[in-house]
Design a protein around this ligand. Structure first.
Ligand code: ADP
Ligand code: MG
Length: 254
């Protein structure tokens, strides 16, 4: 589907990752406003869990599968999803949730089944599906944490959108205090020592995990852009222009 756009908004943008279950309300409004104003057709949104998921996994799920731990964690991230959709709807963006707990299963942490029927019907009806990082059932491990980043990679391969954006709280992929304008799969080893986890609690692995997921889809010909979505105006630019905003990940040599 060539005219589709896939955009992830990091938990780092929508939440205060240093304080459990705390919204960054100004950012929530700023992000929703840009999405509503852009009026992009065929937009899929994914958001991370931020402090509405990572601390809960550590607290409630460190001993393995537990329905009550999954419920508490899922409810936390679901409340972030509800707050985001409420804000989108109040700014007249037609958005509806899709909860991975009910639509996705994993094998050892990797997606094996993903029911995208509702998502496709939403797109056909000009509704923005809003997915999120979640706890989901895993055939081998009982359960696992599914990152928003893996959801992006999976949907990018399945739906082949024309643009893939990963908004986070930094300007792009940094190496030795400089932003990389471009990264291709062959360069990961060169920069690996400087691409790390998150500075906050992030059970899915911070920037390194993001980069690994995005380099993998680059190998299948899908380019993506990691950019600072906490900076007002960048989401508008991503949705409406062809400007490079942060770090472009593709197989191209710079
Ligand atoms: N080389 C790097 N470039 C940029 N960010 C990095 C790098 N290495 C580690 N990070 C960390 O990764 C974080 C982004 O990942 P994460 O916290 O998981 O964001 P999100 O909530 O958007 O998924 C940054 O805030 C930064 O602390
Ligand atoms: Mg993350």
């Amino acid at each position: 589907m060539t005219n589709m756009i896939l955009l992830k908004i990091g938990g780092s943008v929508l939440t205060d990752k240093s304080r459990e279950s705390t919204l960054r309300e100004d950012n929530l409004r700023m992000v929703a406003r840009q999405i509503a104003d852009a009026k992009s057709s065929r937009l899929i949104l994914v958001h991370g869990a931020g402090s509405f998921g990572h601390p809960q996994v550590v607290k409630y799920l460190s001993k393995g599968l537990s329905a009550s731990g999954m419920w508490r964690t899922h409810c936390a991230v679901r409340s972030l999803n509800t707050a985001f959709i409420d804000e989108l709807q109040s700014q007249s963006a037609a958005a509806l949730p899709i909860h991975p707990l009910n639509n996705v299963t994993l094998d050892a942490g990797r997606i094996t089944h993903f029911d995208t029927n509702a998502l496709e019907l939403m797109l056909n009806n000009n509704i923005i599906p809003v997915l999120h990082g979640d706890v989901v059932m895993d055939r081998l491990d009982g359960f696992n944490v599914l990152s928003g980043d893996q959801i992006v990679a999976f949907l990018a391969l399945k739906m082949r959108p024309k643009k893939v954006g990963v908004g986070t709280d930094v300007d792009g992929i940094m190496y030795q205090n400089r932003k990389l304008n471009h990264l291709n799969p062959g360069e990961l080893e060169k920069y690996r020592d400087g691409i790390l986890g998150s500075r906050s609690t992030d059970v899915t692995g911070g920037m390194l995990h993001k980069v690994v997921e995005l380099l993998e889809i680059a190998k299948s010909g899908i380019q993506s852009e990691v950019f600072n979505a906490a900076y007002d105006g960048n989401i508008t630019k991503f949705l409406t222009s062809h400007q490079d905003l942060g770090t472009t990940i593709s197989t191209e040599k710079e």
